[in-house]
Every structure is written in C-alpha cells, then in structure tokens.
Design a protein around this ligand. Structure first.
Ligand code: SF4
Ligand code: SF4
Length: 67
C-alpha cells in the first residue's frame, strides 16, 4: 500500500511502541542516532494504523497516497 508515515520529531519520545506493535516492524521502522523512530520504508505498510494508535504522544501521522 502506498502510504507516507510522518513522525513528529519533537513529539517522539523513543518509547518504541510503534515498532513493537507493527506486524512488519523490521521492514518499516528504524531508530535514529537521537533515539527517535522513523519509517524508512513504507512499502510493507498495510495501513493498519496500529502504530499511530499505540503512540503515547500522537507523534505518528499516516497519509494515504493517491498512487
Ligand atoms: S500502519 Fe500498521 S503496518 Fe503500517 S507502520 Fe503502522 S503498524 Fe506498521
Ligand atoms: S510510539 Fe510514538 S513516541 Fe514511541 S517511539 Fe514510536 S513514534 Fe516515538
């Protein structure tokens, strides 16, 4: 599915819940040197929104792309 996952760097507290809950986490999520999570590859994302629902600071925005 073609989606864009935007993580608000200011809001992310690095708890890793997005990673824990995502069925395809190793193929989608990574952690940067500041301990913030980001979606490096959304190819395997099926837009279940579990990550956004679990994020305690509402840092994750998932946008469905038109194509
Ligand atoms: S929407 Fe679902 S599949 Fe996509 S990154 Fe979030 S938890 Fe993973
Ligand atoms: S669940 Fe939210 S706050 Fe926690 S690491 Fe993921 S994006 Fe950051």
């Amino acid at each position: 599915m073609s989606v864009e996952i935007i993580v608000d760097r200011e809001k992310c507290i690095g708890c890793g819940k997005c990673y824990d809950v995502c069925p395809k986490a190793p193929k989608i999520w990574n952690i940067d040197k500041n301990g913030k999570y980001y979606a490096y590859n959304t190819l395997y994302c099926h837009n279940c929104k579990l990550c956004a629902g679990r994020c305690p600071t509402s840092a994750i925005l998932i946008k469905k792309m038109s194509k």
